[in-house]
Design a protein around this ligand. Sequence first.
Ligand code: NAD
Length: 349
Amino acid sequence: MKALITGGAGFIGSALVRHVVGALGWSAVVVDKLTYAGHLSSLAPVAQAPGYAFAQVDICDRDALDAVFARHQPDVVFHLAAESHVDRSITHAAAFIETNLVGTFNILEASRAHWQKLSGPAKERFRVVHVSTDEVYGSLGEEGLFHETTPYDPRSPYSASKAGADHLASAWFHTYGLPVLISNCSNNYGPYHLPEKLIPLTILNALDGRRLPVYGDGTNVRDWLYVDDHVAALCLIAEKGEAGRCYNVGGRNERQNIEVVHRICDLLDALAPKEHSHRELIEFVTDRPGHDRRYAIDASRLENELGWRARETFETGMERTVRWYLDNEAWWGPLRAAGVGVKRQGLPA
Ligand code: NAD
């Protein structure tokens, strides 16, 4: 298999590249603009592999995209490139509209042009997996789960731009027959996660003895998914999923934000003890504007139809993650030194 992976230098994209090139032995070309969120150091484990190629391309540049498709002739496109940080979308929405909407349009059109030139088994086999988020469904109350049939109700500039991109992907299936599949997943965590997001930020601030900011009263709920479980789901969707269908991906690991932070503190108390418990560093700060209350995913379609199961529980995945950050300062040290995650984003002027 030859994969074209947009956003392959980001958190989830790099995990996908490391898996398909490193473990499955596929060829993969990474298409990435290398914004503040993209880091070639996340691809270092596979950078010398024979099947790996990298193209520094902005997905808003259609000509450059066409050249990558012509050169690499992919069997499958995994589209992950996006502006992905909700807090940044509150203060810098324009980039979200450009990359998440215009960029997705370009990926669909470049994929369609490529697919139309294929014939026989190559045309049959071709797939586009559009990677999206459960945030398109809005916010849940205390009860209930997001299903694939839940109406879209995005609340932030980020989730609105992803919702629009999902509608484009769906339209390209219905209008042109392009074999697109959509995945909507819950919050991912794991190695190589940029330290501006809750889990790595908490781990690294705690190691530094800095305050651990928790938004609002800390009771917002997210459904945590270990990134390698997500990667396995994406490969399964590409290989066995039905074109035109959506698949929710979630780890059945609902936790309040404060529970997540407590778990990290307790793991660090055991693995990197200090004089006082890391919990003493917790500080409740002004909530994110429009902070969705609760997300929770029903992943039964993916489980029943494609046989996917999350392998990590929240406890095992979190321990792996904390250990990874303890062992990999060479990756996150330069990012912290450059100020990533040090200043809070997303408080409108
Ligand atoms: P990320 O921010 O870590 O990585 C995004 C990557 O896209 C970066 O490498 C960046 O350089 C690249 N990129 C941004 N703009 C680009 C452009 N115009 N052209 C080319 N490349 C560009 O994101 P992530 O957390 O790995 O998320 C990947 C995908 O999964 C996104 O589409 C996101 O919406 C979706 N998603 C993420 C989560 C999560 O918890 N992280 C949850 C649900 C869905």
